[in-house]
Design a protein around this ligand. Structure first.
Ligand SMILES: CC(C)(COP(=O)(O)OP(=O)(O)OC[C@H]1O[C@@H](n2cnc3c(N)ncnc32)[C@H](O)[C@@H]1OP(=O)(O)O)[C@@H](O)C(=O)NCCC(=O)NCCS
Length: 153
């Protein structure tokens, strides 16, 4: 019997050449996806933008805004076919390390109340809810609130 070895996932900086593939995944995952321009503006603004590859396949990506000792996790996504295999957990761990190395003291993020998987991932890393932003997200019928979570680093 032959074993099929999966390559180790690699955590790498995002570049503009990666954006078409990222936007393809983004459109598969979200009803209200970020556009290529949103990602390009993040890169050009100097945000901390990362991706995860397994071999040549893009399996995840994240955008983190770091400034003045505060961080804001703006996007964290794992491709549908790669979800549920620990990649989200590892990617979040790597981002927390990056934030710490850059002297970040507190990390914020927003998550939809309807996103149970996201909330579970964040709270199990120590994030705690600190507030609610009313009508923050577009939704199929009107708007959806955002839960604001924070992690002291
Ligand atoms: C949320 C997301 C980043 C998690 O990444 P992932 O690689 O699928 O998750 P992992 O395999 O690392 O698992 C992380 C935890 O979430 C749980 N989880 C994963 N998918 C889940 C699901 N569909 N429902 C409930 N829990 C789920 C896992 O059980 C695991 O918890 P455990 O370690 O206590 O068992 C990923 O599913 C995703 O990209 N979803 C769509 C985009 C999104 O919601 N991003 C976050 C926006 S704020």
């Amino acid at each position: 019997m032959s074993a099929v070895l999966k390559p180790e996932p690699r955590f790498e900086p995002m570049g503009e050449e990666d954006l078409p593939a990222i936007v393809g995944v983004e459109q598969e995952i979200y009803e209200f996806p970020w556009t290529l321009v949103n990602f390009r503006d993040s890169l050009r603004s100097g945000y901390s933008c990362w991706l995860v590859r397994e071999g040549s396949a893009l399996i995840g990506y994240a955008v983190l805004m770091l400034a003045g000792g505060e961080g804001h996790l703006l996007n964290l996504s794992i491709a549908p076919q790669a979800q549920g295999r620990g990649h989200g957990r590892r990617l979040l761990g790597s981002l927390i390390e990056v934030a710490r190395e850059r002297g970040t003291r507190i990390l914020f993020l927003e998550v939809r109340p309807s996103n149970g998987a996201g909330q579970h991932l964040y709270t199990s890393h120590g994030f705690a809810q600190i507030g609610v932003r009313r009508g923050y997200y577009p939704a199929r019928h009107g708007r959806e609130d955002a839960l604001v979570l924070a992690l002291d680093l």
